[in-house]
Design a protein around this ligand. Structure first.
Ligand SMILES: [Zn+2]
Length: 381
């Protein structure tokens, strides 16, 4: 069996689409006009994704505001915000370059998604016959919508969490029902939970275990056969070519990550200083029986924040080294993160989002080719 390879999900939105989103926020164009730009960007993403030889593709998340806010609002500026939310919630993250991203705030119950990922998947399904993946957001991110302290009157924290799990389960199940081969849950807040940044109070509350427990309530809704195709993505963030928690030592986080009963993990690794040390930690913590499912570690071999294109040989070398520590039947490859998890992203180190799109497809092509080389070398092709 070959080494599996899979993208995290997002691609930079073309400059024309980013301009259309702004025009829509400013009331200059209609949603139908915005949709036409989204359709064009998604079709281009799928066509170029197919050309890379990638065995499973996505629409590059061209239609969503961000990986975290797609259930909540139509655009990052908050146009079309869901009921019972206000715009002024917690910082989700403060990045190393100083910019931040903010979540909405729940003002009262009940909490409901306004959009489910399946809406976007169905449009992609109509554009290709190739296997599709869909990324969804973790309950552990959306739990930050609830005030950090105190309770909302008439809607307790536990009522909120129960509602959140119901919505997240529906988000995943409807994707599988609409033909997704795999669904991965974005969990960038996992590493950030250990940062203890005084500017961002939730990161100082030791919430990692709470996150893991909440997400396991979601995974418990699925059979082992279903969870084989449910993944979790971890990274130190990736937005405007900057990160939010790369200084948090993976040694403190990965043991908790693998306690989640998901079938596979998409793990940022290409941009780590000492990859071999991390491969070893993965090998020590990955489980062959996570409540009935054998876990697979897809290691990051591509850095979407750096315009330099990794060679196929570099990708292969990473995988061969990783196989010293991670069993071959539990090893896969991926990109460190989505190429643009947020819709508005000028990709400053790349020069422009359009240049960054071209580079992204070159990088994916390298990942696919390098993974094949590694599989041959490791005797699993
Ligand atoms: Zn990421």
């Amino acid at each position: 069996m070959p080494i599996p390879t899979e993208p995290v999900g997002s691609l930079p939105r073309p400059a024309t689409l980013q301009a259309a989103i702004k025009d829509y926020d400013d009331g200059k164009i209609t949603f139908e006009q915005l949709s036409r730009e989204q359709d064009a960007a998604a079709a281009d993403s799928i066509k170029r994704g197919e050309a890379t030889g990638e065995p499973i593709i996505s629409d590059g998340e061209q239609r969503i505001s961000s990986f975290a806010t797609y259930p909540l609002a139509d655009t990052l500026a908050g146009t079309g915000l869901a009921e019972n939310l206000a715009g002024d919630g917690q910082f989700f993250a403060i990045f190393d370059d100083g910019h931040h991203r903010q979540l909405p705030r729940l003002t009262k119950g009940p909490f409901r998604y306004k959009h489910y990922a399946v809406e976007f998947l169905e449009k992609a399904r109509a554009m290709t016959s190739r296997p599709l993946k869909q990324a969804v957001i973790a309950p552990s991110m959306l739990m930050l919508l609830y005030p950090l302290d105190g309770e909302l009157s008439g809607y307790s924290r536990e009522q909120f969490h129960a509602g959140l799990i119901d919505e997240a389960e529906k988000d995943i199940r409807t994707c599988f029902a609409a033909g997704a081969e795999r669904v991965s849950v974005d969990f960038t807040e996992g590493r950030l939970a250990l940062k203890n940044d005084p500017r961002n109070p939730w990161t100082g509350r030791n919430m990692l275990q709470t996150f893991v427990d909440l997400n396991n309530r979601l995974f418990a809704r699925f059979t082992p056969g279903e969870r084989v195709n449910i993944g979790v993505h971890t990274c130190p963030g990736g937005d405007c070519d900057s990160v939010h928690s790369a200084e948090v030592d993976y040694a403190d986080m990965l043991p908790s990550l693998f306690k989640m009963n998901a079938g596979y993990f998409l793990i940022q690794l290409a941009s780590e200083q000492n990859k071999e040390r991390i491969y070893k930690i993965i090998g020590e913590n990955i489980r062959r029986d996570a409540d009935g499912v054998k876990q697979v570690a897809f290691i990051g071999v591509i850095n979407p924040l750096n315009p330099r294109v990794e060679t196929a040989q570099e990708v292969a070398d990473d995988l061969v080294l990783a196989a010293k520590y991670i069993p071959k039947d539990q090893l896969g490859s991926t990109d460190d993160c989505g190429f643009s998890p947020f819709s508005i992203d000028v990709k400053p180190k790349h020069g422009s989002p359009d240049v960054a799109r071209d580079i992204a497809f070159e990088k994916i092509t390298s990942r696919v080719a390098g993974t094949k080389i590694a599989a041959e070398k490791l005797g699993v092709s």
